[in-house]
Ligand binder design. Structure first.
Ligand code: FES
Length: 110
């Protein structure tokens, strides 16, 4: 059975800012755009660029290499891209932010 493990993160304060952090072996982007905080994988699914060096356009994250755009809520790439970037759930509890990763029991064994 899979379940979420929550890890503390510190979101950027400025609108449009993207930071890259490594948590539980994953490189992820934490960013603030359009008044919301989001978490995505840091590796672009197109050719592996570092998405933390990209930029936000409203609710889209834009890759700096070939300008693929990804929806920050769903991770879905724009029409014609046929790709997506993993997105992760976030929650704030008493002012502390957490990002959630699914960890399977199988992976925990090894
Ligand atoms: S590497 Fe991101 S769009 Fe090509």
């Amino acid at each position: 059975m899979d379940r979420l493990e929550w890890h503390v993160v510190i979101p950027p304060e400025k609108e449009g800012e993207i930071i890259k952090v490594r948590i539980a072996g994953k490189a992820i982007c934490i960013l603030r755009s359009d008044g919301q905080v989001y978490a995505t994988a840091a590796r672009c699914p197109h050719a592996g660029a570092d998405l933390s060096t990209g930029w936000c356009e409203g609710r889209k994250l834009v890759c700096p290499y070939h300008r693929h755009r990804f929806d920050l809520s769903t991770g879905k790439g724009d029409a014609g891209q046929n790709n997506f970037v993993p997105v992760y759930p976030l929650k704030a509890v008493e002012g502390v932010w957490y990002v959630g990763f699914t960890t399977s029991w199988w992976r925990k064994l090894f």
